[in-house]
Design a protein around this ligand. Structure first.
Ligand code: ADP
Ligand code: MG
Length: 630
């Protein structure tokens, strides 16, 4: 506290203590100087007009506490400002104090914000990026969207699980799921059934499956079949070669059987169910599988089921006998299907079942609008099923919004590689690839598939192999349908040892026991890699995949690959081991990028996101041209 004037006069001891008081007094006395700061002469008080004085007064008030402004040339004034100890401390100092407090508070808040963990920040950033790239609209037909139609309850079917299965408690069901590594999410998940008999399949169908070596359902079938039989919408995610096709084919056959039994279809009626695939070859393969089942049933005296293949590149006249009778099932690619629907060759009035195989790939390949258009031909509620081995979170979220109380079934992580594949990654210089390929083909017996993402390269490789005496066929989107079919047929039948293919052959094709997949070029996106190597190691067999990488391979892709190999407990070659993850220490998650499923980067560095944006701006769709089956 400041000593009083009296104490300053009482004795030498107090004299020093009085100094500040003295100073303070001087300040008070000199305060008017603040007003004459424009005047160089200390002693002479110049006349100041009233208006100017007013202005100066205002400035003085505003400037209080700001010492430098206070009094140029008046050293004491400086001390005044610095003298913060006084109880008659001027307003300016107090103001500056509160301002400081305020600033400190703000700073603290800011620091607290900054203290959010790096991971949190990264997650937030990712969310923002995802929001900015969120799918435009729900995956429902424009008609449904326009009329605001949304169905709340799943469809009802007549299928019921056997009583002993229905009696199982939820805990018992969960234990069974755990045992078979099935993860199911959703409301009222139907129970898992561990054998085909209990699924109430017709005996001739059971015998047929058994004759093909299909005796016990795979995990995706154990959970997927009861879910589909119950009429539920579902997303089925399981690794390549794990039997997804059967998980949606058997229900469609059973539903068709039931319809035909109730009231036989006549010309112009049907279909009751539809499967849409991203490539003609895959559609044909699925069609053939279903056709065999239909024939087996018909031969055993069951009602006849009509199956229509609706793909580009073939003459629909070939199938006039199917169309002439009324049919139950359509297996299609989007282009031809829309064409047929628009020309009113058939309608979807009675259609209640829609399955999209390789669903994420379809949306990725630019078929999103086609799918929506196809949906607009449905006239009633349908059951919708989506299947794939890869399903990045972004697409899964988008799909989930569009389904009715869906059951999401996962066998392993979406986007994980099949563990029956031995994955080898080799560093091969660009110019050495062709010669090394020849050596690489010796690794296993045929059949072998060689993938390249470039159509010209596919042709070059085939030509080179033919020159070297290797029986090789080639397939890519720019070949004619006849060429494509010849390639598949001769390779499938074992006449040809090697098939050189673009991405068009990477999805869903199930050739008998491919021994070896060579990725002549590492695909940019890790999902494509997973599908490509997935042509081998199917149905419990072991396969080998060899992938060439070199300095042309993007580091991002290599990191994704490294994590995928680590996840599958594969040998990591030294050049991959040496790759550092820039996210190391930031709690890099093993859940995968939400856009492409890659484990080696976050959304903000996703090459696919960039690629998508570029294509969107340029108005391109993805995929390799004719690969879509138009
Ligand atoms: P995905 O679509 O999951 O990649 P597919 O449905 O094409 O796999 O099936 C791969 C192979 O496994 C096919 O040849 C199929 O006949 C066979 N398969 C399907 N289900 C079973 C099963 N339960 N047991 C044995 N093999 C099966
Ligand atoms: Mg498949």
């Amino acid at each position: 506290m400041a000593p009083s004037a009296e104490s300053s006069a009482s004795g030498a001891a107090a004299a020093s203590a009085s100094a500040p008081a003295y100073k303070r007094r001087r300040v008070v006395e000199e305060e008017p100087d603040l007003m004459s700061y424009e005047d160089d002469d200390d002693t002479y008080e110049a006349y100041i007009p009233a208006s100017k004085r007013k202005q100066m007064e205002l400035q003085r008030i505003a400037g209080r506490g700001r010492v430098a402004v206070a009094a140029p040339g008046a050293g004491t004034a400086v001390e005044t400002g610095a003298d913060k100890g006084g109880d008659d401390d001027d307003m300016g100092v107090r103001q500056s104090k509160t301002a400081l407090l305020h600033a400190a508070r703000e700073l603290k808040a800011l620091q607290a914000k900054e203290q959010k963990s790096e991971a949190e920040k990264a997650a937030e950033e990712e969310r923002k990026i995802l929001d900015a790239h969120a799918a435009r609209r729900k995956l429902a037909s424009d008609m449904e969207l326009a009329k605001g139609i949304s169905y709340e309850e799943p469809l009802k079917t007549s299928w019921r699980a056997p009583a002993f299965v229905r009696r199982r408690t939820e805990q018992e069901n969960e234990e069974l799921r755990d045992k078979h590594h099935v993860l199911a999410e959703g409301k009222d998940i139907p129970p898992l059934i561990t054998n085909f008999r209990d699924m109430k399949l017709p005996p001739p169908l059971l015998a047929h499956l058994e004759s093909k070596g299909i005796k016990r359902p795979t995990p995706i079938q154990m959970q997927g079949l009861p879910t589909a039989f119950s009429g539920r919408d579902m997303i089925g995610i399981a690794f390549t070669g794990s039997g997804k096709t059967l998980a949606f084919s058997l229900p469609i056959v059973m539903f068709a059987l039931e319809e035909q039994r109730k009231l036989p279809y006549v010309r112009g009626e049907g279909p009751t169910g539809m499967i849409v695939c991203p490539s003609r070859e895959l559609a044909r393969q699925t069609y053939e599988g279903i056709k065999v089942m239909a024939d087996v049933l018909a031969q055993a005296g069951y009602p006849e089921i009509g199956v229509l293949l609706c793909i580009g590149g073939i003459s629909m006249a070939e199938q006039s006998h199917v169309m002439g009778k009324g049919f139950h099932i359509v297996v299609a690619t989007p282009g031809r299907l829309q064409d047929m629907l628009e020309k009113k060759k058939f309608t979807l009035e009675a259609c209640k079942y829609l399955c999209l195989d390789e669903a994420d790939r379809m949306i990725d390949m630019g078929f999103e609008d086609d799918v929506r258009n196809i949906m607009s031909f449905f006239k009633q509620q349908r059951q919708t099923l989506l299947f794939s081995a890869t399903m990045p979170k972004k697409i899964q979220d988008f799909a989930e919004q569009s389904l009715i109380q869906p059951v999401v079934i996962n066998v392993g992580r979406a986007g994980a590689a099949n563990l029956d594949i031995i994955q080898e990654v080799e560093y091969v210089k660009q110019e050495a690839k062709m010669v090394y390929l020849l050596e690489c083909l010796q690794k296993t017996a045929p059949p072998v598939v060689v993938f390249s993402d470039n159509k010209n390269e596919v042709d070059d490789i085939q030509e080179y192999l033919l020159l070297k005496g290797v029986e090789a066929v080639a397939i890519h989107g720019s070949k004619t349908q006849d060429e494509r079919e010849y390639a598949i047929k001769s390779f499938k039948s074992g006449k040809k040892d090697v098939m050189v293919a673009s991405g068009v052959a990477s999805k869903g094709l199930d050739f008998n026991e491919i021994q070896h997949v060579v990725n002549y070029t590492m695909p940019k996106e890790i999902e494509d890699y997973v599908h490509q190597i997935g042509r081998t190691g199917r149905s419990g067999n072991t396969g080998i995949a060899t992938t060439f990488v070199n300095m042309n391979t993007a580091e991002q892709t290599l990191l994704d690959l490294k994590y995928l190999l680590m996840e599958a407990k594969q040998r990591i070659p030294p050049f991959l081991a040496a790759l550092d993850d820039p996210r190391a220490g930031q709690g890099a998650s093993l859940t995968g990028c939400a856009v492409c499923g890659g484990l080696g980067h976050s959304v903000k560095d996703c090459p696919k996101l960039e690629d998508n944006q570029r294509r969107q701006t340029a108005g391109f769709s993805r995929g390799d041209g004719g690969g879509g089956g138009y």
